[in-house]
Design a protein around this ligand. Structure first.
Ligand SMILES: *Cc1c(COP(=O)(O)O)cnc(C)c1O
Length: 293
């Protein structure tokens, strides 16, 4: 059911350096709202829900979560009820931002919980309580990351992507997407993750999903932290879009791209490297990044 709504994605070569090639795989083109990697993360989750006879999904996210928007859209499209457990009680009394407004308009029931409660999102007791409160709901974890998501993300790389590139770059939030890429890669390839948040815990999370070791993760380009932006980053994002006609957003892909350009400038990649950059999308109809400023 998911594959029918997939639109074709293009490869775009960037003219950045004479010493290496950089190609962007535009997963942002796969669907305007079930954007980029979220399409692959949700695909097998929705089919599992369907096979279990559950036509309701429940998931978790912050106020700017691309995963919440993508889940709401997919549920709407498939005629499935959806519930979003949203971090931040105070948001219940404020006007909804673009992401949450979109989700609500698509029919997602939003439940705002305290940060303390939200921290329980993976705890069995809390999940049991949620199952009682929302019976018959298929529960998808935060960011959509579970074994079904990793299975889906393995499909991001085609056979040619595995053959034709030495380095594969992607942005990292929960680590689900990079884990799928690592699993699908060949041992000659290096998967290089650009973390959108600080901290080493993500490396442990990735180790939970894959035994392979042909990957690296850097948090050097996440700035002040998750979803924290600067005028400089916004300026970079705009000039990159003008120069290459590739829209980015500030939470993930702009920070990754800035990191890649910095590494190229510092001759990090060996001469002749063939680099494939995964554009993980997150543009939600290409308007939401304006609300985040
Ligand atoms: C959600 C998201 C990510 C992070 O994916 P993970 O699987 O959580 O690591 C990266 N880029 C974009 C644009 C996203 O929306």
């Amino acid at each position: 059911m998911f594959d029918q709504i997939a639109q074709s994605v293009t490869y775009q070569k960037l003219n950045l350096s004479a010493q290496l090639t950089v190609t962007v795989k535009r997963l942002d083109q796969i669907h305007p709202y079930i954007s980029g990697n979220k399409f692959f993360k949700l695909k097998y989750n929705f089919s599992a829900a369907h096979h279990l006879g559950l036509n309701k999904v429940l998931t978790f996210g912050g106020a700017y979560s691309n995963h919440i928007a993508a889940t709401a859209y997919a549920a709407h499209l498939l005629g499935i009820e959806s519930v979003g457990i949203i971090r931040g009680e105070e948001l219940a009394h404020q006007p909804l931002n673009h992401t949450l407004n979109l989700a609500a308009e698509l029919g997602m029931q939003l439940h705002f919980v305290s940060r303390e409660q939200y921290r329980q999102r993976d705890q069995p007791e809390y999940l049991t309580a949620l199952t009682q409160q929302f019976p018959e709901y298929f529960i998808i974890p935060e960011g959509g990351t579970n074994a079904l998501a990793i299975q889906g993300c393995k499909e991001i790389l085609s056979h040619e992507d595995v053959q034709n590139y030495d380095v594969i770059c992607c942005a990292v939030g929960t680590g689900g997407t990079i884990s799928g890429l690592i699993e699908a890669s060949s041992s000659q390839q290096t998967i290089l993750g650009f973390s959108a948040l600080k901290g080493d815990f993500l490396k442990r999370d990735i180790h939970k999903w894959t035994q392979k070791t042909n990957w690296q993760l850097t948090d050097a380009y996440c700035g002040a932290g998750y979803a924290k932006t600067t005028p400089e980053l916004l300026k970079f994002m705009q000039s990159f879009e003008i120069e290459h006609a590739i829209p980015l957003e500030q939470v993930y892909t702009a920070k990754m791209m800035k990191g890649i350009l910095d590494l190229i400038q510092h001759h990090y990649f060996p001469y002749g490297s063939r680099i494939l950059v995964i554009h993980t999308g997150g543009l939600q109809g290409r308007t939401n990044h304006r609300d985040q400023t």
